[in-house]
Design a protein around this ligand. Sequence first.
Ligand code: NDP
Length: 275
Amino acid sequence: MVHSLHDTVTLNNGVKMPWFGLGVYKAQDGKEVQQAVETALEVGYRSIDTASFYQNEEGVGQSIKASGLPRESLFVTTKVWNDQQGYEETLKAFEESRKKLGLDYVDLYLVHWPIKGKYIETYRALEKLYQEGWVRAIGVSNFKEHHLDDLLSHTSIVPAVNQIELHPRLTQEEVRAYCKEKGIQVEAWSPLMRARLFEEPTLNQLAKKYGKTPAQIILRWDLDRGIITIPKSVTPSRIKENADVFDFRLTEDELKLIDALNQNERTGMDPDKMS
Ligand code: NDP
């Protein structure tokens, strides 16, 4: 049972990562992202998910610095974008991200998408960064089973995390089972399906029963299913609302009702089609 924003899951290398974090995709660099991160840290979030692609690493870094919170109490994820992939390119991209964030080290560095012909070399650069202590954990994003099979047979460090699109319309049970078997922690992106699921009747019934919102029901489902979740919001009231999910728990039958909403429906790109 996850009880608070500070609760962590222990990754396969022993590093502890918060179950719950703030996503900042589409939060504009400058005032918008800074206010979102500031609000989140005040509310008690300790994990922030950014990427070089989001072009807001500087704002994220500034808010972290301004918060005055001890570095070791925070967990910062960033990612290497598709056109930065390759061994040397990734080492360079990491250094750029690290400087923009203004951090001595990054907690989790991910290969953003499995770019064919590149992701193995990219991941080898992540292994080097990990071995040299620049990152506390390394992982991947948008990897299907066949990408992971390929990666595991050509590299030596099992990814700590696979961050994938995951919400009640895309429950990803096969990838989750695969990752569980290999010791890879699954993390959900677009957990709220980009705000497209809030009219769904099952979620509304459960929301009514618990005196919660459909967003909170989805986020509790993530936690009760052992999935790290990183809802994005730049709206202070929603940043608070999303994190107010630690005073109730769904029953196994209710979790199954939500599992049954799956339609294998993606909002983002199919990883096999990204290049
Ligand atoms: P989410 O599913 O988190 O939905 C975000 C949207 O929902 C925003 O429009 C937000 O609006 C709105 N919203 C948030 N909370 C509520 C609420 N309680 N009630 C009503 N509306 C709400 O989508 P994202 O795509 O942003 O995914 C989350 C994070 O995952 C990203 O920010 C990013 O960090 C990561 N990600 C990773 C990807 C990858 O390839 N690895 C791809 C996509 C996302 P507002 O902000 O205006 O409040």
